[in-house]
Design a protein around this ligand. Structure first.
Ligand SMILES: [Zn+2]
Ligand SMILES: [Zn+2]
Length: 200
């Protein structure tokens, strides 16, 4: 599986493009720059558009990408309505969004198929109520829950510091070799996070 990062928008949000050898792709968090993301996909067929959470800096190119690819959108059920409405989140966020159809409302433990790969949904509330991480083998796409040497803020609507601590405990039980691909900034590993955050 190939993993490409497209950094988008003024908040430098990371959109992740996963491609397999069968010329199929998954897009995680299309923040903005639809042309750049579509360029990264090339001729691959997009199987899923996955959203780690509903903050607008992760959704700016969502409607355009969904239109161009016809791919189904999936997000945790707690935040599906926010995304479908097209309303900005947080409400004072200046980015203009459009309503979209959410094809799948995710829950903790869901497994999505990506050809021979399994994408595991890990519900990690705290940054927002419906924040999720997506695990494929030894790759973890952590949204705004876990960053390199940092964690997501909990002062926005739906944020909950205690819930984030619980979510972090859950993530740090994963194997140390797992590579963390966050929603902003550089990659990390679960092993480094275990040392950095211990004790939680
Ligand atoms: Zn966020
Ligand atoms: Zn973000």
């Amino acid at each position: 599986m190939l993993i490409n990062k497209v950094q988008t928008g003024s908040l430098e949000e990371n959109c992740w493009i996963l491609k397999n050898t069968q010329k199929r792709a998954v897009i995680i968090d299309p923040g903005s720059d639809a042309a750049g993301i579509l360029g990264g996909i090339g001729v691959a067929k997009v199987e899923w558009i996955l959203l780690t959470h509903s903050h607008s800096d992760h959704l700016g190119a969502l409607a355009e990408i969904a239109r161009q690819t016809g791919a189904p959108i999936a997000i945790h059920l707690n935040e599906a309505e926010i995304v479908a409405s097209g309303e900005p989140n947080p409400p004072d966020f200046s980015l203009k969004l459009e309503p979209v159809a959410v094809a799948k409302k995710l829950e903790d433990g869901d497994i999505l198929k990506f050809d021979d790969e399994r994408i595991e949904v890990i519900h990690t509330p705290g940054h927002t109520q419906g924040s999720c991480c997506f695990r494929i083998n030894n790759e973890l796409f952590s949204g705004d829950t876990l960053f390199r040497e940092n964690v997501g803020r909990t002062d926005l609507p739906g944020g909950d510091a205690e819930a984030l601590r619980e979510s972090l405990r859950k993530l740090l039980k994963l194997p140390p070799e797992i590579i963390v691909h966050p929603g902003h900034g550089e990659n990390w590993t679960i092993g480094k996070a275990q040392k950095f955050h211990f004790p939680i």
